[in-house]
Write a protein that binds this ligand. Structure first.
Ligand SMILES: C[S@@+](CC[C@H](N)C(=O)[O-])C[C@H]1O[C@@H](n2cnc3c(N)ncnc32)[C@H](O)[C@@H]1O
Length: 321
């Protein structure tokens, strides 16, 4: 099997951080181009009848990212958040959507932000670096919290971002502490919408903002599985825009912005899928996160947003009560 990167040649900082993240750098490197082409790194057949955390869990992801960075010849001492952008934005349109939502939300410098379902921490690092904010990420997938912490350390944002393992339905935070609650593509995994927004309301300061980038049930049909957030119906809970607006109204939220980006999302897949079909992914790519069935996940979601089976919304709400 092809292997890439000689461990002995790996920059010291990679090895040090890998050790910190308990990534077992000492084992032989076994993630090569062949595996990237086949997407065989994740054993998706193990992921039946699973919880959300089991679905996303990947204890080898941190090491795979470090391998990819080393393979690309990236200098471990001068990595930027842009170097990580191909892997750390696990949502439609990547960094572009994050920046668009931040613009709509009018994030104030120095804001205390909570990112719920923070994944690998790309949005948290973007907000911390662009707006000089303090960002706490919360995620139910422990492996993602570990990788997010490692990546923040790598780009020197370990002080302004932190990642806690926990459930959005039982947040480990005091009440009324965050200026902004931010969330992208996590709500679709959560059946108990009332519990989710109740916790968000609790931790948000009065007058604070909720900014989200989420996928909704579309008017024309249902999504086919797998999609990036779920292998099947048991992990997917799409709600309608109307139902969510009504629920958020009950919690005392006013709509400041409600932007339908379904068309832009469809365009993203229209451009991206043919490229994915033509060539193997580059070393640092969401393919590392999404597994062997990533093409089906992209095709199904692309089809859903192009045909009215799913809608994609950027929204900013203000907590008035
Ligand atoms: C599709 S990923 C999006 C990650 C990140 N927001 C991003 O845009 O890059 C969905 C994330 O939501 C997290 N998640 C799902 N349900 C959750 C819950 N009940 N509590 C906390 N995190 C949750 C998952 O673990 C996963 O990291």
């Amino acid at each position: 099997m092809h292997t890439h990167g000689n461990r002995a040649d790996a920059p010291y900082r990679f090895r040090f951080l890998a050790g910190l993240a308990v990534l077992d750098w000492a084992l032989p490197c076994r993630f090569g181009a062949l595996e990237r082409m086949t997407g065989a790194r994740r054993l998706d057949y193990m992921k039946r009848d699973e919880s959300v955390e089991t679905y996303y869990a990947d204890s080898e992801l941190g090491r795979a990212i470090l391998d990819a960075l080393a393979e690309m010849g990236k200098d471990a001492n001068s990595l930027t958040i842009d170097d990580l952008a191909p892997i750390d934005a696990f949502h439609i349109r990547g960094r572009v959507a994050t920046a668009e939502l931040a613009g709509i939300a009018n994030i104030a410098a120095g804001a205390n932000i909570l990112d719920v379902g923070s994944g690998l921490g790309g949005s948290a690092r973007f907000l911390a670096s662009q707006f000089d904010c303090d960002v706490t990420g919360l995620d139910i997938t422990r492996d993602y919290c570990d990788v997010a912490t490692m990546l923040s350390d790598l780009v020197g944002l370990g002080d302004s971002t932190r990642f806690e393992h926990g459930s959005a339905l039982d947040m480990p935070f005091e009440s009324d502490v965050f200026d902004v609650v931010w969330t992208e593509h996590a709500q679709m995994n959560i059946e108990d919408k009332r519990g989710f927004y109740s916790e968000i309301t609790r931790v948000l300061m009065p007058g604070g903002k909720l900014a989200f980038h989420d996928i909704f049930q579309g008017p024309q049909g249902v999504v086919s599985f797998p999609v990036p957030w779920a292998g099947g119906q048991s992990l997917s809970f799409l709600t309608s825009e109307a139902d969510l607006q009504s629920l958020l109204g009950e919690f005392g939220f006013n709509v400041l912005a409600w932007k339908d980006v379904t068309e832009a999302s469809a365009k993203f897949f229209e451009n991206r899928i043919p490229v994915m079909e033509r060539r193997a992914p580059p070393p640092l790519d969401l393919a590392l996160v999404m597994g062997a069935d990533r093409m089906s996940k992209f095709r199904n979601l692309g089809h859903a947003v192009a045909n009215g089976h799913a809608a994609v919304i950027l929204a900013v709400m203000e907590l008035t009560a």
